[in-house]
Every structure is written in C-alpha cells, then in structure tokens.
Write a protein that binds this ligand. Structure first.
Ligand code: ZN
Ligand code: ZN
Length: 231
C-alpha cells in the first residue's frame, strides 16, 4: 500500500498547481483566495467585464454569435492562468473537480438551466498526444456533480492554427467548419438547452462555431461556460 501511495503521489503530487506549495487540494487556500473572479457589471452576451451592464457590448454587436450567452469564472491571469496551463499541459487532471466545484458555486443558474452538457473537442491527434481533453474532463466533472449528462457529441474535423496567435477576424475564419456533430449525436440536441464547456474564452470564435452546429441540430438554446476569459 505504501508503494501504491508513493506511486500515486508521484503522479499526483500533493502540491498546489499554481504556487507549488504543499497542498492537499489542487489549489492551496492562498491561491484560491487570490483568484480574480468575474463579477457584474458584465456584457450579458459574452460575459466580458464592463463599466456599465449591457445586453451586448461593442465586440458582440460587430459579429454574429450562435450562443445566447457566455460566462466565465475568472479572468485569465495569475493563479487561474497558471492552473489552466497545468490543467492543459502538465497532466493536472485533479484540477477538473476543483474547477467544476468553483463553476457550480459561482455560475449555478447557467448550469442548472441546462438539459445537456457538452464540450469543445480536440483533434484526435492532439488528444492522443496530450492523453486527455481538459474541456472534456471539466464537462464530465460538472456532469458528475450535477447529475446531468455530459456527452461527447462534437468533433474537430480539420487542423486549425493556434488561435492565440491570430487576430479576431482571422480566428473566425480559422475555425469556420472546423467542427461538426459526431455521427449518432445528431438528434441529441433537438429542443434542448445546451451548456457548452471550454477552458478559456478569448474571442468566442471557437465556441460560436461549435454552437452553430448545435443550433443546426435543433438546440433550443446554447450557453457557453469557461473557466477563464481574456479581458
Ligand atoms: Zn498555491
Ligand atoms: Zn459582449
């Protein structure tokens, strides 16, 4: 048993994924306290923090989006940026449940309202390389916590350039028709309210592209939930 525990600790060291301090939780108390949670006023459409609450901000008015609202837990900086990076690239799967718990505490209306949870997919080659899709882990953790179905329904059908290196207009072009509904999942969305999960929201181009396929498949409403958003 001792050996097993040692091996588990080797894979999941009991340290904070942001500051590396010894911690039983995936993020230590200090780091949790320093998260920049997004609070009102926000743009009610994309969830961006603004000075005075608006139904749609200038960014939103300038483009068509296929989701009705997007909300993020926190700003993409400090502890959250560090933790999301570990979640994505350092096999920090343990963060999924902690993040799901924070989403549940802070964005419960959005989550409770959904009939079905799904997530932004990775290309199969990328998922093989990483070993997992962090958005899927998060969606499944939310599913476990809420008793809602978290379904693997979308697929990435072609290569897309790294969105972080592109300007907003190029991002939309970059992801156009890059996603599709998986075979067999076409009827899963008819008349249903969908919660689309991802880790980081930047311009919303990927989320909107995925939402467009969910809308085509008959979804009644699509909302996007992410851990973090750039502001
Ligand atoms: Zn910490
Ligand atoms: Zn907006």
């Amino acid at each position: 048993m001792k050996i097993l525990k040692a091996m588990i600790d080797l894979v999941y060291p009991p340290v904070c994924y942001s500051c590396s301090a010894s911690s039983d939780k995936a993020l230590c108390r200090e780091c949790l306290r320093s998260i920049n949670f997004i609070d009102y006023p926000i743009c009610l459409k994309c969830g961006k923090p603004v000075v005075r609450e608006v139904g749609d901000c200038r960014d939103c008015r300038s483009k068509r989006t296929y989701f009705s609202a997007a909300r993020s837990l926190a700003e993409y900086d400090g502890v959250v940026k560090e933790a999301v990076h570990a979640f994505k690239y350092r096999n920090a799967r343990r963060l999924a449940d902690l993040f799901a718990g924070l989403l549940q505490e802070n964005l419960s209306d959005l989550i409770e309202d959904a009939d079905i949870i799904t997530f932004i997919p990775l290309r199969p080659a990328k998922k093989r390389q990483r070993g997992y899709n962090q958005a899927e882990l998060l969606a499944r953790a939310l599913g476990r916590r809420t008793g809602k179905t978290a379904s693997d329904t979308l697929k990435a059908v072609r290569f897309v350039k790294d969105q972080s290196k592109l300007k907003a207009a190029d991002r939309r072009r970059n992801v156009r028709d890059a996603y599709a509904i998986k075979k067999g999942a076409e009827t899963a969305f008819k008349g249903r309210k969908v919660l689309l999960v991802d880790d980081v929201f930047t311009t919303g181009a990927t989320a909107s592209e995925c939402a467009s396929h969910l809308a085509k498949a008959g979804a009644k409403d699509i909302k996007v939930i992410t851990l973090a958003r750039t502001t």
